[in-house]
Write a new protein. Structure first.
Length: 273
């Protein structure tokens, strides 16, 4: 059934009148202890969409990772420019890795329109509120090596994320961007692998799918992360875990994207996932 939905989505995307390639540049700012650990170097993301292909470049602290997703080929390619290495995943392989992984912690989330609008960078944006909650004590399912004493101290603790996102439906390239995202979700390729950790899964995958319910381009998002509950160790962790993150689009381009950006450079060595 999932494969049938994916094929239908790809057909719809391919048959639609693709008017433009889309490049979205987003800058992220982080407040909290993590910002200090990063030495003030904030992440920058560039996502390019060309028909049924996308490329996402993430730059942070002088390092970069590029992920190429080909929906038609049902393939994800992860490039590590610093090491000139590449890992190649096909959809079946990703599904098998997720199926073999331990059960993820319980995740609860909401994503709802608020009815509010505002103009950002000249584009009318609709506001959505979101919240997520994850039981930290269930982390043992993904980290079985964690001492039982630590898990006992984390009982009753939850990681909470709350915030808002402003979506632009009529911005240049928004229709093509949204069509690609819908097809990626249907093809089970919406959440790319995390270098060194394998495919996104559990709460990360669920959060990504939750946020992609809204159509258009997210011009601005604000999220606050905190710990809640009555776990004995919680007070000590609260100061370290509290964080605010703002993601803001700094540029949207519909200029043509070169095909070679979606190809693996000849001098890259293939490594196993």
């Amino acid at each position: 059934m999932k494969r049938c939905l994916a094929i239908c989505a790809l057909v719809a995307l391919s048959s639609a009148a693709v008017r433009a390639d889309v490049t979205v540049t987003t800058e992220v700012t982080i407040d909290g202890p993590m910002a200090a650990m990063m030495g003030g170097a904030m992440p920058r993301l560039i996502m390019r969409v060309k028909g049924t292909k996308s490329r996402t470049d993430v730059e942070v602290m002088g390092q970069s990772v590029s992920t190429i997703t080909d929906l038609a080929a049902r393939q994800v390619i992860v490039l590590m420019p610093g090491q000139k290495t590449v890992q190649v995943f096909d959809a079946a392989q990703l599904e098998a890795l997720v199926a073999a992984a331990p059960a993820p912690p319980r995740f609860d989330g909401t994503f709802e329109p608020t009815g509010q609008t505002q103009t950002i960078a000249g584009q009318l944006c609709e506001q959505f509120s979101f919240s997520t909650s994850m039981d930290i004590s269930q982390m043992s399912t993904m980290a079985p090596q964690m001492p039982s004493e630590v898990l006992e101290m984390l009982k009753g603790a939850k990681m909470i994320t709350k915030g808002f996102v402003w979506m632009a439906k009529s911005a240049p390239g928004a229709a093509e961007y949204a069509a690609y995202m819908k097809a990626a979700v249907a093809a089970n390729l919406a959440s790319p692998p995390v270098p060194g950790l394998g495919p996104a899964q559990g709460s990360l995958d669920q959060a990504m799918r939750l946020f992609r319910r809204a159509e258009g381009i997210a011009y601005l998002s604000e999220a606050e992360l905190s710990l809640e509950g009555n776990a004995p160790i919680l007070e000590m962790l609260k100061q370290l875990a509290t964080m605010k993150m703002i993601s803001k689009v700094t540029d949207v381009s519909v200029s043509p994207i070169a095909d070679d950006l979606f190809a693996v450079p000849a001098d890259y060595a293939v490594t196993k996932p």
